[in-house]
Write a protein that binds this ligand. Structure first.
Ligand code: FAD
Length: 392
């Protein structure tokens, strides 16, 4: 997204991606109303909505035996009053397609960054491994947007503040029947949490487990896992036998919540998960990463054009994005400690906490979680123009 925004304003950008394509393990399908709003501001929303996707207008949760509506996106102050669901690789391909017509945009696939280039304590680019050998890419600014296991942040020696998480998540999919419930929803029960995302012909399933217990679950085997899934969502009972190979069909997400104390060094900036890995609670990691990209383009785009990016300018990006990151992580940690930890550690039947009961009783209150998930804190807007001549 940052590459697209910068190329659009005639800044020369090289995006290095270590994989041959964007198709890989599931890592979130949510396209938030705020991201859709950014696409509206860029004039690409209509085209985007022509691509296969689902629209979620309400979120519900089942706690014990009670089903309660939790979030209602229909009142958001955005053009799209829904959460879009689209596989992340389709979304990334779409953004790359939009960026490609700009001559300043260079996307190099199968280019794995292995080290930083430095001169007198200033980062001047990266070294990358490609199928045709090692290449060096020199740049006025290197942006580490390489995710939660960022090599860039590690090589830059930026220190990480780890905030901890009590859970891990198993991701899998099972086929969906037209007679299944239509909603994307979460189910909380004694010691277990299950989240089901409706992807029309299949369910994308997140099975939340206590941290470090995946190995034990695996030893109990697929039939035992299937039984647990069927207990939480009985309509899936006839489909749990579809899970036949743990390695191929079940992915473990070891949840981490952290952030860098300093997001930059001379010549280098980290954004997205590389600057702050988010908990999956609320499914907001993609949103924050996109917002970081927009803020970075807004604050640095013109300076990059004029070759005047100072350390102060990099610090301004961190300052701008620290509050949304901090506030979102605070909420996620509160939910982890007060809800997730308790549910995963419980041995008695659950009933909804009073705050969730209020959401069920007062529909207007559901606008608050919708706002926090769908838009978040300090939403960014595209302030960078498409520069004449950027598009040949
Ligand atoms: C299983 C799972 C489920 C999730 N579910 C959701 C969800 O529902 N909603 C949500 O909002 N968020 C979700 N998240 C979080 C979300 O995926 C991230 O917050 C978001 O993708 C961060 O974007 P990013 O661009 O910073 O990093 P990433 O999306 O991780 O992108 C980093 C990119 O850099 C590439 N890369 C890494 N190292 C190198 C290297 N050395 N050289 C070159 N390229 C490299 C990677 O291949 C990758 O394409 C989930 C995460 C996981 C793992």
């Amino acid at each position: 997204m940052l590459g697209f925004l910068l190329a659009r304003m005639a800044v020369d950008v090289v995006v290095l991606e270590k994989h041959a394509d964007f198709l890989r393990d599931f890592r979130g399908d949510t396209i938030h109303p705020s991201t859709l709003e950014i696409m509206y501001e860029l004039g690409i929303l209509e085209e985007f909505l022509k691509r296969p996707h689902q629209e979620v207008r309400q979120l519900a949760g089942q706690i014990g035996s009670e089903t309660i509506a939790i979030a209602d996106f229909s009142h958001l102050p955005t053009h799209c009053k829904f959460l879009g669901l689209m596989p992340q690789w389709d979304f990334l391909n779409f953004i790359a397609e939009q960026a490609r017509p700009y001559p300043g945009f260079h996307l190099k696939m199968q280019a794995e960054v292995t080290d930083l280039l430095e001169e007198s304590d200033r980062v001047t680019g990266v070294r990358a491994h490609t199928p045709t050998g090692t290449v060096e890419v020199r740049a006025d600014l290197t942006v580490g947007a390489d995710g939660r296991h960022s090599l860039v942040r590690e090589r830059a020696g930026l220190s990480v503040l780890s905030l901890g998480a009590p859970m891990d998540v198993l991701w899998m999919r099972l086929s969906r029947k037209p007679t299944d419930p239509g909603q994307t929803f979460g189910r909380f029960d004694t010691g277990r949490i299950l989240v089901l995302l409706n992807r029309e012909d299949y369910w994308q399933i997140a099975y939340v487990i206590a941290k470090g217990t995946a190995h034990e679950l695996r030893q109990r085997g697929l039939p035992a896992l299937g039984e647990e899934l069927a207990r939480l969502a009985p309509f899936l009972r006839d489909r749990v036998p579809e899970l036949s190979d743990w390695d191929d069909q079940i992915k473990l997400l070891t949840v981490a919540v952290d952030r860098l104390e300093r997001w930059f060094r001379p010549g280098l900036l980290c954004i997205g998960d590389a600057a702050h890995a988010m908990s999956p609670i609320g499914g907001v990691g993609i949103n924050l990463a996109i917002q970081d990209a927009v803020a970075t383009a807004n604050l640095l785009g013109e300076k990059l054009r004029q070759d005047t990016v100072t350390e102060g300018a990099l610090e301004a990006v961190q300052r701008r994005r620290t509050f949304p990151t901090w506030a979102t992580q605070r909420l996620q940690l509160a939910a982890q400690n007060n809800v997730i930890k308790k549910v995963l550690g419980s041995s008695k039947p659950l009933s909804p906490p009073w705050i969730v009961k209020l959401l069920g009783r007062w529909p207007w209150l559901r606008r608050i979680p919708a706002r926090l998930v769908g838009v978040g804190f300090r939403p960014e807007h595209v302030k960078t123009p498409e520069v004449r001549g950027a598009l040949l």
